[in-house]
Ligand binder design. Structure first.
Ligand code: FAD
Ligand code: ZN
Length: 474
Protein backbone atom coordinates (compact mmCIF):
# COMPACT_ATOMS: atom_id res chain seq x y z
CA UNK A 1 0.00 0.00 0.00
CA UNK A 2 2.35 2.71 1.16
CA UNK A 3 5.19 1.68 -1.18
CA UNK A 4 3.08 2.32 -4.32
CA UNK A 5 2.85 5.81 -5.77
CA UNK A 6 -0.68 7.21 -5.96
CA UNK A 7 -2.41 7.05 -9.37
CA UNK A 8 -2.78 10.57 -10.90
CA UNK A 9 -6.50 10.00 -11.54
CA UNK A 10 -7.00 9.24 -7.85
CA UNK A 11 -5.04 12.37 -6.89
CA UNK A 12 -7.48 14.27 -9.12
CA UNK A 13 -10.46 12.82 -7.24
CA UNK A 14 -8.99 13.98 -3.92
CA UNK A 15 -8.15 17.42 -5.33
CA UNK A 16 -11.70 17.85 -6.66
CA UNK A 17 -13.08 17.57 -3.10
CA UNK A 18 -11.32 20.73 -1.90
CA UNK A 19 -11.54 22.65 -5.16
CA UNK A 20 -9.00 24.75 -7.04
CA UNK A 21 -6.42 26.61 -4.98
CA UNK A 22 -6.68 24.26 -2.01
CA UNK A 23 -5.00 21.17 -3.48
CA UNK A 24 -1.26 21.89 -3.62
CA UNK A 25 1.05 19.96 -5.95
CA UNK A 26 3.67 22.55 -6.92
CA UNK A 27 6.90 21.49 -5.11
CA UNK A 28 7.52 25.05 -3.89
CA UNK A 29 4.05 25.21 -2.31
CA UNK A 30 4.31 21.68 -0.90
CA UNK A 31 7.79 22.21 0.63
CA UNK A 32 6.66 23.84 3.93
CA UNK A 33 4.39 20.84 4.61
CA UNK A 34 7.07 18.15 4.22
CA UNK A 35 9.83 19.66 6.35
CA UNK A 36 9.93 21.22 9.80
CA UNK A 37 11.71 24.12 11.43
CA UNK A 38 14.66 22.16 12.82
CA UNK A 39 15.24 20.32 9.55
CA UNK A 40 15.19 16.93 11.30
CA UNK A 41 12.40 15.37 9.29
CA UNK A 42 12.03 15.63 5.54
CA UNK A 43 9.25 13.79 3.71
CA UNK A 44 7.65 13.71 0.27
CA UNK A 45 4.07 13.99 -0.88
CA UNK A 46 2.34 14.32 -4.24
CA UNK A 47 -0.54 16.35 -2.73
CA UNK A 48 -1.41 18.66 0.16
CA UNK A 49 -5.15 19.03 0.76
CA UNK A 50 -6.53 22.08 2.56
CA UNK A 51 -10.21 21.36 3.19
CA UNK A 52 -12.49 24.24 4.19
CA UNK A 53 -15.08 22.41 6.28
CA UNK A 54 -15.93 19.18 8.08
CA UNK A 55 -17.86 17.84 5.08
CA UNK A 56 -14.75 18.02 2.91
CA UNK A 57 -12.63 16.29 5.57
CA UNK A 58 -15.26 13.55 5.70
CA UNK A 59 -15.25 13.02 1.93
CA UNK A 60 -11.44 12.95 1.86
CA UNK A 61 -11.22 10.26 4.55
CA UNK A 62 -14.02 8.16 3.05
CA UNK A 63 -12.19 8.17 -0.30
CA UNK A 64 -8.90 7.40 1.47
CA UNK A 65 -10.37 4.36 3.20
CA UNK A 66 -12.06 3.17 0.00
CA UNK A 67 -8.79 3.42 -1.95
CA UNK A 68 -6.43 2.62 0.96
CA UNK A 69 -4.57 5.90 0.56
CA UNK A 70 -2.49 6.97 3.59
CA UNK A 71 -3.30 10.38 5.13
CA UNK A 72 -1.05 12.51 7.35
CA UNK A 73 -2.96 15.15 9.35
CA UNK A 74 -1.09 18.38 9.95
CA UNK A 75 -1.78 21.42 12.13
CA UNK A 76 0.82 24.13 12.74
CA UNK A 77 3.72 21.79 11.91
CA UNK A 78 5.55 22.50 15.18
CA UNK A 79 5.58 18.91 16.47
CA UNK A 80 8.99 17.70 17.64
CA UNK A 81 8.75 13.97 16.88
CA UNK A 82 8.05 13.92 13.14
CA UNK A 83 4.38 12.90 13.50
CA UNK A 84 3.04 15.56 11.12
CA UNK A 85 5.55 14.88 8.30
CA UNK A 86 4.82 12.30 5.58
CA UNK A 87 7.25 9.44 4.96
CA UNK A 88 10.05 9.68 2.38
CA UNK A 89 8.38 7.49 -0.30
CA UNK A 90 5.95 10.17 -1.54
CA UNK A 91 2.95 7.87 -1.13
CA UNK A 92 1.02 9.73 1.59
CA UNK A 93 -1.30 12.72 1.27
CA UNK A 94 -0.92 15.61 3.74
CA UNK A 95 -4.21 16.89 5.18
CA UNK A 96 -3.77 20.41 6.53
CA UNK A 97 -6.45 21.60 8.95
CA UNK A 98 -5.41 25.26 8.89
CA UNK A 99 -8.49 26.50 6.98
CA UNK A 100 -10.80 25.14 9.69
CA UNK A 101 -9.98 28.17 11.81
CA UNK A 102 -13.24 29.50 13.22
CA UNK A 103 -13.91 30.04 16.89
CA UNK A 104 -17.49 28.81 16.82
CA UNK A 105 -18.58 30.01 20.25
CA UNK A 106 -17.38 31.41 23.56
CA UNK A 107 -19.76 30.65 26.41
CA UNK A 108 -18.58 32.72 29.40
CA UNK A 109 -21.19 31.29 31.78
CA UNK A 110 -20.32 27.67 31.05
CA UNK A 111 -16.65 28.74 30.80
CA UNK A 112 -16.12 27.03 27.48
CA UNK A 113 -14.86 27.85 24.02
CA UNK A 114 -15.75 25.80 20.95
CA UNK A 115 -12.98 26.11 18.38
CA UNK A 116 -12.08 24.43 15.12
CA UNK A 117 -8.87 22.43 14.78
CA UNK A 118 -6.99 25.04 12.75
CA UNK A 119 -7.33 27.89 15.27
CA UNK A 120 -3.84 29.02 16.27
CA UNK A 121 -3.28 28.64 20.03
CA UNK A 122 -2.36 32.29 20.53
CA UNK A 123 -5.49 33.42 18.67
CA UNK A 124 -7.56 31.34 21.08
CA UNK A 125 -5.74 32.77 24.11
CA UNK A 126 -6.45 36.29 22.81
CA UNK A 127 -10.13 35.55 22.14
CA UNK A 128 -10.52 34.17 25.68
CA UNK A 129 -8.77 37.23 27.08
CA UNK A 130 -11.13 39.53 25.17
CA UNK A 131 -14.04 37.67 26.81
CA UNK A 132 -12.41 38.27 30.23
CA UNK A 133 -11.42 34.62 30.55
CA UNK A 134 -8.16 32.66 30.60
CA UNK A 135 -7.28 29.82 28.26
CA UNK A 136 -4.24 28.50 30.12
CA UNK A 137 -2.48 26.26 27.58
CA UNK A 138 0.82 28.02 26.97
CA UNK A 139 3.93 26.91 25.10
CA UNK A 140 6.86 28.26 23.11
CA UNK A 141 5.23 27.47 19.75
CA UNK A 142 1.89 29.14 20.57
CA UNK A 143 2.16 31.66 17.73
CA UNK A 144 1.93 28.86 15.16
CA UNK A 145 0.71 25.58 16.71
CA UNK A 146 -3.01 24.84 16.33
CA UNK A 147 -5.71 23.47 18.61
CA UNK A 148 -6.07 20.22 16.63
CA UNK A 149 -2.31 19.64 16.92
CA UNK A 150 -2.29 20.60 20.61
CA UNK A 151 -5.00 18.03 21.34
CA UNK A 152 -3.55 15.34 19.08
CA UNK A 153 -0.20 15.65 20.84
CA UNK A 154 -1.80 16.26 24.27
CA UNK A 155 0.43 19.30 24.63
CA UNK A 156 1.76 20.32 28.01
CA UNK A 157 3.76 23.52 28.39
CA UNK A 158 4.11 25.85 31.34
CA UNK A 159 0.49 25.96 32.58
CA UNK A 160 0.11 22.27 33.38
CA UNK A 161 0.93 22.61 37.07
CA UNK A 162 -2.23 24.60 37.84
CA UNK A 163 -4.53 23.86 34.89
CA UNK A 164 -3.54 20.49 33.43
CA UNK A 165 -2.40 19.47 29.95
CA UNK A 166 -4.46 19.63 26.74
CA UNK A 167 -6.39 16.49 27.67
CA UNK A 168 -7.52 17.98 30.96
CA UNK A 169 -8.63 21.15 29.17
CA UNK A 170 -10.78 19.29 26.65
CA UNK A 171 -14.49 18.67 27.31
CA UNK A 172 -15.62 17.48 23.89
CA UNK A 173 -14.42 16.78 20.36
CA UNK A 174 -15.74 16.58 16.84
CA UNK A 175 -13.82 13.91 14.94
CA UNK A 176 -13.95 12.60 11.40
CA UNK A 177 -13.31 8.87 11.49
CA UNK A 178 -11.25 7.13 8.78
CA UNK A 179 -14.53 5.88 7.24
CA UNK A 180 -15.71 9.47 6.81
CA UNK A 181 -18.31 9.18 9.58
CA UNK A 182 -18.43 12.16 11.93
CA UNK A 183 -18.43 11.69 15.70
CA UNK A 184 -20.05 14.86 17.06
CA UNK A 185 -19.25 14.93 20.77
CA UNK A 186 -19.02 18.72 21.16
CA UNK A 187 -20.54 18.79 24.61
CA UNK A 188 -19.73 21.26 27.37
CA UNK A 189 -20.14 18.85 30.26
CA UNK A 190 -17.89 18.77 33.31
CA UNK A 191 -19.49 15.50 34.32
CA UNK A 192 -20.46 12.69 31.98
CA UNK A 193 -20.10 9.03 32.89
CA UNK A 194 -21.87 7.47 29.95
CA UNK A 195 -19.61 4.66 28.85
CA UNK A 196 -16.04 4.70 27.54
CA UNK A 197 -14.47 8.14 27.17
CA UNK A 198 -14.01 8.14 23.40
CA UNK A 199 -12.69 11.72 23.23
CA UNK A 200 -9.72 10.76 25.38
CA UNK A 201 -8.67 8.22 22.77
CA UNK A 202 -8.34 10.90 20.10
CA UNK A 203 -6.50 13.29 22.42
CA UNK A 204 -2.84 12.26 22.26
CA UNK A 205 -3.38 9.82 19.36
CA UNK A 206 -1.12 11.93 17.09
CA UNK A 207 -3.51 11.59 14.17
CA UNK A 208 -3.47 7.79 14.08
CA UNK A 209 -7.18 7.21 14.86
CA UNK A 210 -9.08 10.01 13.11
CA UNK A 211 -9.03 13.72 12.39
CA UNK A 212 -10.08 16.16 15.12
CA UNK A 213 -12.01 18.97 13.42
CA UNK A 214 -13.23 20.93 16.47
CA UNK A 215 -13.22 20.81 20.27
CA UNK A 216 -14.88 22.26 23.34
CA UNK A 217 -12.22 23.58 25.71
CA UNK A 218 -12.31 24.85 29.27
CA UNK A 219 -11.93 28.52 30.15
CA UNK A 220 -10.96 29.88 33.56
CA UNK A 221 -11.37 33.19 35.42
CA UNK A 222 -8.53 35.58 34.68
CA UNK A 223 -6.25 35.93 37.72
CA UNK A 224 -6.53 39.37 39.39
CA UNK A 225 -2.87 39.35 40.36
CA UNK A 226 0.15 37.54 38.99
CA UNK A 227 3.76 37.71 40.14
CA UNK A 228 6.82 36.15 38.54
CA UNK A 229 10.19 35.67 40.21
CA UNK A 230 13.54 34.46 38.93
CA UNK A 231 15.14 32.57 41.81
CA UNK A 232 18.69 31.26 42.32
CA UNK A 233 18.82 27.90 44.10
CA UNK A 234 21.94 25.94 45.05
CA UNK A 235 20.78 22.50 43.89
CA UNK A 236 17.87 20.47 42.51
CA UNK A 237 17.09 19.25 46.04
CA UNK A 238 16.82 22.85 47.24
CA UNK A 239 14.50 23.49 44.27
CA UNK A 240 12.38 20.50 45.32
CA UNK A 241 12.14 21.75 48.90
CA UNK A 242 11.14 25.19 47.63
CA UNK A 243 8.55 23.63 45.30
CA UNK A 244 6.96 21.65 48.07
CA UNK A 245 6.86 24.74 50.29
CA UNK A 246 5.46 27.00 47.55
CA UNK A 247 2.71 24.48 46.76
CA UNK A 248 1.84 24.26 50.41
CA UNK A 249 1.54 28.06 50.67
CA UNK A 250 -0.09 28.86 47.32
CA UNK A 251 -2.03 25.68 46.44
CA UNK A 252 -3.59 26.07 42.99
CA UNK A 253 -2.24 29.66 42.98
CA UNK A 254 1.20 28.23 42.15
CA UNK A 255 0.87 28.59 38.39
CA UNK A 256 4.43 27.82 37.26
CA UNK A 257 7.56 26.25 38.68
CA UNK A 258 10.28 25.86 36.05
CA UNK A 259 13.79 24.59 36.74
CA UNK A 260 16.71 25.92 34.65
CA UNK A 261 20.42 25.02 34.74
CA UNK A 262 22.92 27.88 34.43
CA UNK A 263 24.49 26.54 31.21
CA UNK A 264 21.28 26.97 29.24
CA UNK A 265 20.77 30.53 30.57
CA UNK A 266 24.22 31.28 29.13
CA UNK A 267 23.24 29.69 25.80
CA UNK A 268 20.07 31.81 25.64
CA UNK A 269 21.82 35.08 26.47
CA UNK A 270 24.56 34.29 23.96
CA UNK A 271 22.36 33.22 21.05
CA UNK A 272 18.79 34.52 21.30
CA UNK A 273 18.44 38.22 20.46
CA UNK A 274 16.85 40.38 23.13
CA UNK A 275 17.28 37.84 25.94
CA UNK A 276 19.01 39.10 29.10
CA UNK A 277 20.02 37.48 32.39
CA UNK A 278 17.46 37.92 35.15
CA UNK A 279 20.08 37.75 37.92
CA UNK A 280 23.63 39.03 37.41
CA UNK A 281 25.48 36.67 39.78
CA UNK A 282 25.63 33.11 38.42
CA UNK A 283 24.07 30.20 40.29
CA UNK A 284 24.21 26.52 39.27
CA UNK A 285 20.40 26.37 39.12
CA UNK A 286 17.43 28.71 38.90
CA UNK A 287 13.68 28.40 39.14
CA UNK A 288 11.07 30.59 37.57
CA UNK A 289 8.19 30.80 40.04
CA UNK A 290 4.81 32.24 39.12
CA UNK A 291 2.06 32.84 41.67
CA UNK A 292 -1.49 33.92 40.73
CA UNK A 293 -4.27 35.24 42.89
CA UNK A 294 -7.97 35.31 42.20
CA UNK A 295 -8.31 38.12 44.74
CA UNK A 296 -5.90 41.00 44.06
CA UNK A 297 -2.43 42.02 42.87
CA UNK A 298 -1.45 42.69 46.51
CA UNK A 299 -2.44 39.17 47.48
CA UNK A 300 -0.19 37.66 44.78
CA UNK A 301 2.66 39.98 45.83
CA UNK A 302 2.33 39.05 49.52
CA UNK A 303 2.23 35.37 48.67
CA UNK A 304 5.36 35.33 46.50
CA UNK A 305 7.30 37.47 48.99
CA UNK A 306 6.33 35.14 51.81
CA UNK A 307 7.40 32.05 49.83
CA UNK A 308 10.75 33.55 48.82
CA UNK A 309 11.41 35.00 52.28
CA UNK A 310 10.94 31.62 53.90
CA UNK A 311 13.01 30.04 51.11
CA UNK A 312 15.91 32.42 51.89
CA UNK A 313 15.64 31.64 55.58
CA UNK A 314 15.77 27.91 54.91
CA UNK A 315 18.67 28.43 52.45
CA UNK A 316 16.74 26.83 49.61
CA UNK A 317 17.03 30.21 47.93
CA UNK A 318 20.31 32.12 47.58
CA UNK A 319 19.03 35.11 45.59
CA UNK A 320 15.78 36.15 43.92
CA UNK A 321 14.23 38.94 41.93
CA UNK A 322 10.47 39.49 41.69
CA UNK A 323 9.50 41.19 38.43
CA UNK A 324 8.91 44.85 39.22
CA UNK A 325 6.87 45.53 36.11
CA UNK A 326 4.89 43.72 33.46
CA UNK A 327 7.83 44.28 31.09
CA UNK A 328 10.20 42.53 33.49
CA UNK A 329 7.77 39.63 33.95
CA UNK A 330 7.62 39.29 30.17
CA UNK A 331 11.44 39.34 30.06
CA UNK A 332 11.67 36.48 32.60
CA UNK A 333 9.24 34.38 30.54
CA UNK A 334 11.10 35.31 27.38
CA UNK A 335 14.29 33.94 28.90
CA UNK A 336 12.48 30.72 29.84
CA UNK A 337 10.93 30.33 26.41
CA UNK A 338 14.20 31.07 24.59
CA UNK A 339 15.83 27.95 26.08
CA UNK A 340 14.54 25.55 23.38
CA UNK A 341 15.96 27.66 20.56
CA UNK A 342 19.24 28.46 22.31
CA UNK A 343 20.82 25.03 21.88
CA UNK A 344 21.22 24.67 18.13
CA UNK A 345 24.01 27.30 17.83
CA UNK A 346 26.01 25.24 20.36
CA UNK A 347 26.18 22.33 17.92
CA UNK A 348 24.58 18.91 17.89
CA UNK A 349 22.20 18.04 20.71
CA UNK A 350 20.77 14.72 21.87
CA UNK A 351 17.30 15.30 23.33
CA UNK A 352 15.22 13.66 26.02
CA UNK A 353 11.74 14.68 27.16
CA UNK A 354 11.27 12.71 30.35
CA UNK A 355 9.04 12.56 33.39
CA UNK A 356 9.67 11.01 36.79
CA UNK A 357 7.73 11.44 40.03
CA UNK A 358 8.43 15.00 41.23
CA UNK A 359 10.15 13.75 44.38
CA UNK A 360 12.66 11.82 42.23
CA UNK A 361 13.87 14.85 40.22
CA UNK A 362 17.09 15.44 42.23
CA UNK A 363 18.00 11.73 42.12
CA UNK A 364 17.22 11.62 38.40
CA UNK A 365 19.46 14.61 37.68
CA UNK A 366 22.32 13.01 39.60
CA UNK A 367 22.00 9.54 38.06
CA UNK A 368 21.37 10.78 34.52
CA UNK A 369 24.55 12.90 34.72
CA UNK A 370 26.49 9.72 35.51
CA UNK A 371 24.77 7.93 32.62
CA UNK A 372 25.69 10.75 30.21
CA UNK A 373 29.30 10.77 31.40
CA UNK A 374 29.55 7.02 30.81
CA UNK A 375 28.68 7.58 27.13
CA UNK A 376 30.40 10.92 26.45
CA UNK A 377 32.48 12.25 29.36
CA UNK A 378 32.98 15.74 27.90
CA UNK A 379 29.45 16.29 26.60
CA UNK A 380 27.44 19.13 28.18
CA UNK A 381 24.22 18.35 30.06
CA UNK A 382 21.54 20.94 29.25
CA UNK A 383 18.74 20.40 31.73
CA UNK A 384 15.61 22.52 32.13
CA UNK A 385 11.89 22.03 32.31
CA UNK A 386 8.60 21.86 34.09
CA UNK A 387 9.85 20.74 37.49
CA UNK A 388 6.42 21.09 39.08
CA UNK A 389 5.14 18.45 36.63
CA UNK A 390 8.15 16.17 37.11
CA UNK A 391 8.99 16.81 33.43
CA UNK A 392 12.51 17.71 32.32
CA UNK A 393 13.96 18.51 28.92
CA UNK A 394 17.16 16.64 29.57
CA UNK A 395 19.30 17.43 26.55
CA UNK A 396 22.95 16.78 25.92
CA UNK A 397 25.01 19.20 23.81
CA UNK A 398 28.13 18.05 22.02
CA UNK A 399 31.56 18.73 23.56
CA UNK A 400 32.90 22.14 22.52
CA UNK A 401 34.85 21.91 19.26
CA UNK A 402 34.14 18.20 18.64
CA UNK A 403 32.78 17.00 15.26
CA UNK A 404 28.97 16.97 15.35
CA UNK A 405 28.59 13.76 13.34
CA UNK A 406 30.76 11.83 15.76
CA UNK A 407 28.62 13.02 18.66
CA UNK A 408 25.32 12.33 16.87
CA UNK A 409 26.47 8.76 16.24
CA UNK A 410 26.06 8.32 20.00
CA UNK A 411 22.31 9.16 19.82
CA UNK A 412 21.01 5.59 20.41
CA UNK A 413 23.55 4.83 23.15
CA UNK A 414 22.89 8.14 24.91
CA UNK A 415 19.09 7.70 24.67
CA UNK A 416 19.36 4.24 26.12
CA UNK A 417 21.61 5.33 28.99
CA UNK A 418 19.29 8.20 30.00
CA UNK A 419 16.06 6.28 29.37
CA UNK A 420 17.31 3.35 31.47
CA UNK A 421 17.52 5.76 34.42
CA UNK A 422 13.98 6.96 33.61
CA UNK A 423 12.61 3.42 33.39
CA UNK A 424 14.26 2.43 36.67
CA UNK A 425 12.27 5.27 38.26
CA UNK A 426 9.00 4.20 36.61
CA UNK A 427 9.09 7.36 34.51
CA UNK A 428 8.09 8.29 30.96
CA UNK A 429 10.40 8.57 27.93
CA UNK A 430 8.02 11.04 26.32
CA UNK A 431 6.31 13.34 28.78
CA UNK A 432 5.18 16.07 26.37
CA UNK A 433 6.20 15.69 22.77
CA UNK A 434 4.71 12.31 21.95
CA UNK A 435 6.01 9.35 20.00
CA UNK A 436 5.59 10.19 16.30
CA UNK A 437 8.30 8.58 14.20
CA UNK A 438 11.11 9.49 16.57
CA UNK A 439 10.29 7.16 19.45
CA UNK A 440 8.08 4.55 17.78
CA UNK A 441 10.63 1.75 17.77
CA UNK A 442 11.65 2.44 21.34
CA UNK A 443 8.02 2.48 22.50
CA UNK A 444 7.33 -0.84 20.83
CA UNK A 445 10.55 -2.39 22.17
CA UNK A 446 10.17 -1.24 25.76
CA UNK A 447 6.47 -0.83 26.64
CA UNK A 448 4.73 -3.86 28.18
CA UNK A 449 3.71 -6.14 25.25
CA UNK A 450 0.12 -6.21 26.49
CA UNK A 451 -0.06 -2.41 26.29
CA UNK A 452 1.22 -2.42 22.70
CA UNK A 453 -1.20 -5.22 21.84
CA UNK A 454 -4.14 -3.24 23.24
CA UNK A 455 -3.06 -0.11 21.35
CA UNK A 456 -2.88 -2.12 18.11
CA UNK A 457 -6.37 -3.52 18.71
CA UNK A 458 -7.75 -0.01 19.31
CA UNK A 459 -6.01 1.19 16.15
CA UNK A 460 -7.49 -1.67 14.09
CA UNK A 461 -10.99 -1.02 15.47
CA UNK A 462 -10.90 2.67 14.51
CA UNK A 463 -8.85 2.45 11.33
CA UNK A 464 -9.21 -1.01 9.77
CA UNK A 465 -7.69 0.09 6.44
CA UNK A 466 -4.65 1.54 8.22
CA UNK A 467 -4.82 4.89 6.42
CA UNK A 468 -4.32 7.25 9.39
CA UNK A 469 -0.75 8.44 9.78
CA UNK A 470 0.93 5.07 9.16
CA UNK A 471 4.33 4.45 10.74
CA UNK A 472 3.61 6.81 13.64
CA UNK A 473 3.18 5.90 17.33
CA UNK A 474 2.64 2.12 16.95
P1 FAD B 1 1.54 19.38 14.28
O1 FAD B 1 2.99 19.47 14.52
O2 FAD B 1 1.05 19.84 12.96
O3 FAD B 1 1.03 17.87 14.53
C1 FAD B 1 1.34 17.17 15.71
C2 FAD B 1 0.71 15.77 15.64
O4 FAD B 1 -0.71 15.86 15.69
C3 FAD B 1 1.03 15.01 14.37
O5 FAD B 1 1.12 13.64 14.66
C4 FAD B 1 -0.18 15.28 13.48
O6 FAD B 1 -0.39 14.24 12.54
C5 FAD B 1 -1.30 15.34 14.49
N1 FAD B 1 -2.39 16.27 14.16
C6 FAD B 1 -2.32 17.60 13.96
N2 FAD B 1 -3.55 18.13 13.80
C7 FAD B 1 -4.43 17.10 13.89
C8 FAD B 1 -5.85 16.99 13.83
N3 FAD B 1 -6.61 18.07 13.64
N4 FAD B 1 -6.42 15.77 13.97
C9 FAD B 1 -5.65 14.67 14.18
N5 FAD B 1 -4.30 14.71 14.25
C10 FAD B 1 -3.70 15.91 14.11
N6 FAD B 1 4.96 20.74 23.21
C11 FAD B 1 4.55 20.62 24.49
O7 FAD B 1 3.78 19.73 24.80
N7 FAD B 1 4.99 21.49 25.45
C12 FAD B 1 5.84 22.50 25.18
O8 FAD B 1 6.21 23.25 26.06
C13 FAD B 1 6.28 22.65 23.83
N8 FAD B 1 7.09 23.67 23.48
C14 FAD B 1 7.48 23.80 22.19
C15 FAD B 1 8.31 24.87 21.86
C16 FAD B 1 8.73 25.05 20.54
C17 FAD B 1 9.61 26.22 20.20
C18 FAD B 1 8.32 24.12 19.55
C19 FAD B 1 8.73 24.27 18.12
C20 FAD B 1 7.49 23.06 19.88
C21 FAD B 1 7.08 22.88 21.20
N9 FAD B 1 6.23 21.83 21.56
C22 FAD B 1 5.81 21.72 22.86
C23 FAD B 1 5.81 20.84 20.56
C24 FAD B 1 4.60 21.29 19.71
O9 FAD B 1 4.49 22.68 19.65
C25 FAD B 1 3.32 20.75 20.28
O10 FAD B 1 3.36 19.35 20.21
C26 FAD B 1 2.05 21.26 19.56
O11 FAD B 1 0.96 20.89 20.38
C27 FAD B 1 1.84 20.73 18.16
O12 FAD B 1 0.80 21.45 17.52
P2 FAD B 1 0.77 21.63 15.92
O13 FAD B 1 -0.49 22.30 15.54
O14 FAD B 1 2.01 22.28 15.44
O15 FAD B 1 0.73 20.11 15.45
ZN1 ZN C 1 8.29 21.59 27.62
Amino acid sequence: MSSRSIDPALLGRFAAIVGPGHALTDPAEVAPFVSERRGLWLGRTPLVLRPGDVGEVSRILALATETRTPIVPQGGNTGLVGGQIPGPQGTEIVLSLSRLNRIREIDPLSNTVTAEAGVVLQTLQEAADAADRLFPLSLGAQGSCQIGGNLSSNAGGTGVLAYGNARELCLGVEVVLPTGEVLDDLRKLRKDNTGYDLKDLFVGAEGTLGVITAAVLKLFPKPKGREVAWVAVPSPSAALALFSHALDRAGSGLTAFELVADIVVNFAVRHVPGVVRALEAPSPWYVLVEVSSGRSPEDARDLIEQILGEGLQQQWVTDAVVAASLAQAVAFWRLREALSDSQKPEGASIKHDVAVPVAMIPAFIEEAARAVASVAPTARVVCFGHMGDGNLHYNVSQPVGAPSAEFLALYPLMNKAVHDVVRAMNGSISAEHGIGRLKRDELIATAPPIAIDLMRRVKAAFDPAGIMNPGKVI
